[in-house]
Design a protein around this ligand. Structure first.
Ligand code: MLT
Ligand code: MN
Ligand code: ZN
Length: 299
């Protein structure tokens, strides 16, 4: 299995256009602090890739990764489709950026697909430009990622956290946000990708225990961070993101695992944005790391 991390920032990116917090200012002063919106490329087969979550940065993310470049024919792209873990704007605005595609397959849950259609009117808006083909994300029963692929994909329902634009719509269940599980049929290797975690269900615990690589929501370092930094009146948990540190945090879940564990979807207020922050040593003591843009993961 071959995965390529295309971005590791939460909504807004690092730096965020209207923010002068220490993380964003640091990223303006030191280009190596910069992070694009959280996204992952997955190789389905030779020359066929899926992108997990279509961020506002998707055009630049494709340009930065030669395996996703078009060719040799003028309009031939190795991008086979998109997989969505949720309907949040930072994970879906990039779909419109791909409107030059001849056609585009999108795997998503029914709740996510319906929110994009009934609230963002994506089907009506993009219909005159390209043919979007929607495929229901398999549930916990894995299916081949596509007919050419040795990879299987399944989705673990995580939470009913809706995007703000769809706060009052859709099913009252936990198919709004999923964790993806990718398994290589030939080697048995598996990876879990969960960039948005408002909860840690038992099925997720089982999947990460069996996985070789786990990449999860690292939006906030601790529960008070959004209030302390003044970006919100809510805690991290209240905003739908389990914090890294502290009781009920994700670090205590990840530390005992045998898997390679990485955080993604870092908010610009997260101290991990500074590569010299002591929190990186804390992570290392727990056997965890912060994913970086451009990281290649071979399993
Ligand atoms: C989130 O991850 O909670 C959302 O992307 C926040 C947002 O919409 O900016
Ligand atoms: Mn987000
Ligand atoms: Zn900032």
């Amino acid at each position: 299995m071959l995965l390529q991390v295309l971005g590791t920032a939460a909504g807004g990116g690092i730096p965020q256009w209207n923010c002068a917090c220490p993380g964003c200012s640091g990223a303006r002063a030191h280009p190596h602090w910069r992070r694009r919106h959280a996204s992952l490329a997955v190789r389905a087969a030779e020359g066929r890739w899926y992108i997990v979550n279509a961020t506002p940065d998707i055009g630049d993310q494709i340009e930065d990764f030669p395996a996703l470049h078009p060719g040799p024919e003028a309009r031939h792209t190795p991008l086979a489709g998109l997989v969505l873990t949720d309907a949040e704007l930072d994970h879906t605005l990039g779909i419109a950026r791909l409107r030059e595609a001849r056609s585009l397959e999108v795997l998503a849950t029914g709740a996510v697909r319906d929110a994009l259609h009934t609230r963002l009117h994506l089907g009506a808006v993009l219909g005159p430009y390209t043919a979007l083909t929607w495929r229901e994300l398999p549930g916990e029963r894995a299916e081949p990622l596509d007919e050419h692929s040795g990879l299987e994909i399944s989705a673990i329902p995580v939470s009913g956290k809706r995007p703000r634009y769809a706060a009052d719509s859709g099913p009252d269940d936990d198919t709004w946000v999923v964790a993806l599980r990718l398994t290589d049929r030939a080697t048995g290797a598996s990876a879990v990708y969960a960039p948005a975690l408002a909860a840690w269900p038992d099925a997720l615990q089982k999947a990460v225990t069996e996985a070789d690589c786990v990449i999860v929501d690292g939006t906030f370092w601790d529960d008070e961070e959004p209030r302390r930094t003044g970006i919100s009146t809510r805690t991290a948990t209240g905003m739908g993101h389990l914090p890294i540190e502290g009781p009920g945090g994700t670090a205590e879940r990840l530390a005992p695992l045998g898997a390679r564990c990485l955080y993604t979807h870092l908010n610009n207020t997260n101290p991990l944005v500074d590569p010299g922050a002591p929190q990186h040593e804390r992570l290392a003591e727990w056997g965890i790391g912060a994913a970086t843009d451009g990281m290649v993961i071979e399993l």
